[in-house]
Design a protein around this ligand. Structure first.
Ligand SMILES: Nc1ncnc2c1ncn2[C@@H]1O[C@H](COP(=O)(O)OP(=O)(O)OP(=O)(O)O)[C@@H](O)[C@H]1O
Length: 255
């Protein structure tokens, strides 16, 4: 039995609007293993969000196959949780109540909810803020609520669509380090969309680079750095070299 595997085969997505047809993705093949952290990079409009929405079950492919744990996706499911770029926490609920929300929807007992939230609050560095409202927190802390809400329902697969795109560079790097810490503790499979090559290198086991529209798999790059990764990795010559290589590939991909 496999948990948290994704298999995308010959995936094509065509949008039809009136007389216009847009091929967003064409013949995409990606295999993602249990517990793997994979980033999808590519220029604006190459179909990254479309791919993630199909994996989430929010959008249907035009052709090809998408399997989660060996079964075709029939729609959104509790095995997958999504984190978006914009804040998704409920402003009228405290941090603790935000984290509990999905568990209540799932009908989990109060004892179970207390257990999960009790584990998550310190993991997210939010234990001092359990009774605060999102508006009382910084952008980075609000992002941690979103990640916590996704993790609370204990999904096998976390789908993240540029979750740190709206944060300043210092907060963003801090959040990357925090996400790595949380992910190491939970080991879910992650599919992470980003424009940012440094972010993709820092976080991922593998980077899938899509070509400009229609999105096709242009390169798949293994990230060779050992885990746990620390912020100092960003300063090393090996990191710099991989970043330069990926930027060159990205430049070639957009030509
Ligand atoms: N619902 C839709 N109807 C019609 N066209 C769409 C729809 N959603 C996406 N597209 C088109 O599909 C293509 C891929 O869009 P998508 O948002 O997946 O790209 P992206 O790589 O995520 O872009 P960005 O990095 O700018 O967010 C674009 O040309 C977009 O206009």
């Amino acid at each position: 039995m496999t948990h948290g595997t994704l298999r995308v085969s010959a995936l094509t997505k065509i949008f039809n609007k009136g007389s216009t047809t847009v091929t967003a993705l064409e013949n995409v093949d990606i295999d993602i293993a249990e517990g793997e952290f994979v980033s999808i990079v590519g220029s604006s409009g190459c179909g990254k969000s479309t791919l993630l929405n199909i994996l989430a079950g929010l959008e249907r492919q035009s052709s090809g196959q998408v399997l989660v744990n060996g079964r075709p996706i029939a729609g959104p499911g509790p095995d997958r949780a999504m984190v978006f770029q914009s804040d998704a926490s409920f402003p009228w609920l405290t941090v603790k109540d935000n984290l509990e929300y999905g568990l209540k929807v799932q009908g989990r007992s109060q004892a179970e909810r207390e257990r999960v939230v009790g584990e998550l609050l310190p993991l997210l560095g939010l234990d001092q803020f359990a009774h605060a409202y999102p508006r009382e927190l910084s952008g980075g802390m609000r992002k941690r609520i979103d990640i916590g809400r996704a993790y609370a329902v204990e999904p096998e697969i976390l789908l993240m669509d540029e979750p740190f795109g709206a944060l300043d560079v210092v907060t963003r790097e801090h959040m990357q380090d925090e996400l790595l810490r949380t992910w190491s503790a939970r080991r879910s499979t992650v599919v992470f969309i980003t424009h940012d090559i440094d972010e993709a290198i820092m976080l991922s086991d593998r980077i899938v680079m899509l070509s400009p529209r229609p999105g096709r798999v242009r390169e798949v790059v293994d990230v060779p750095f050992a885990r746990p990764r620390t912020p100092e990795l960003r300063e090393t010559a090996d990191f710099y070299k991989l970043r330069t290589d990926l930027r060159r590939m990205m430049g070639e991909a957009t030509r």
